[in-house]
Design a protein. Structure first.
Length: 255
């Protein structure tokens, strides 16, 4: 099963068409950068993929869920198959780290308290936030808040992560850590779509690139060389990710 399939898809607000004739397939475990200027529809596409904006067309499936027939009652089921990471974190300020994660587990159908506590512990270890369960989000650094956002997205072991400008509000060092963490998760088998304006990121961690412009998508294929003209293969990408995230393969379990 592909992680994503779009065929002749249109996304519109009322009578205004934002994106049209979209054709895109993302294989399971594949990584894709979504690039384009602000206002060209990158965030709109991500919102459509999580069921927040209706779309039309011949086929629109995400993790096996048909978006063309999706209704409000089915959104929770879709969210269990996806992980979403936002630029502005979107954490609950009135809940602790543990409370933020517990809220998502409860909303997606987890009942047993022991199982929830175990999953929260696993996820915090996966994103390098061990022992932070009782901390409040405002006490965390920007990088730690985004690590928590990544952990929240991983709670239900999704097959696809959608990251909308995940480093847009971070300093360079924190950005490097988050990018390394996301790439490392992708290398463990989770498909990833990441919107970005940062072409240096694409040079550092090469992957397939799709441009969003003029109301359509253009597949630019893979970026094979970094800014210095040196080729990178999958192994160098993995090594870069391990270094940037500050986590070794042994500290990031299979998901």
């Amino acid at each position: 099963m592909n992680a994503l399939e779009l065929q002749n898809v249109c996304i519109a607000y009322g009578t205004t068409t934002i994106l049209d004739q979209l054709n895109l397939t993302l294989r399971s475990g594949e990584m894709l950068y979504l690039v384009g200027k602000s206002g060209e529809g990158k965030s709109t596409l991500i919102k459509a993929l999580i069921g927040e904006i209706p779309l039309s067309g011949l086929k629109a499936e995400v993790q096996g869920v048909d978006l063309l027939t999706l209704d409000r009652s089915q959104r929770a089921g879709l969210r269990r198959r996806l992980g979403v990471i936002f630029q502005d974190f979107q954490l609950l300020s009135d809940r602790t780290v543990e409370g933020n994660l517990d809220f998502v587990l409860t909303a997606t159908g987890w009942k047993e308290g022991g199982a929830k506590a175990q999953r929260i512990e696993e996820v915090l270890a996966q994103v390098g936030l061990e022992g932070k369960q009782k901390d409040w989000p405002h006490r965390l650094s920007g990088g730690e808040q985004q690590r928590l956002s990544v952990g929240r997205a991983l709670l239900n072991k999704p097959g696809l992560l959608l990251a909308d400008e995940p480093t847009g509000q971070l300093d360079p060092d924190s950005s490097e850590e988050i990018l390394g963490l996301l790439v490392e998760i992708n290398l463990r088998g989770t498909a990833l779509i990441m919107s970005t304006h940062d072409y240096l990121t694409i040079d550092r961690f090469p992957a397939r690139v799709v441009r969003c412009a003029g109301g359509s998508l253009t597949d630019l294929g893979g970026i094979l060389f970094d800014s210095g003209g040196q080729g990178q293969n999958q192994n160098s990408k993995a090594s870069e990710a391990e270094h940037a995230s500050g986590l070794s393969p042994d500290t990031i379990p299979e998901i």
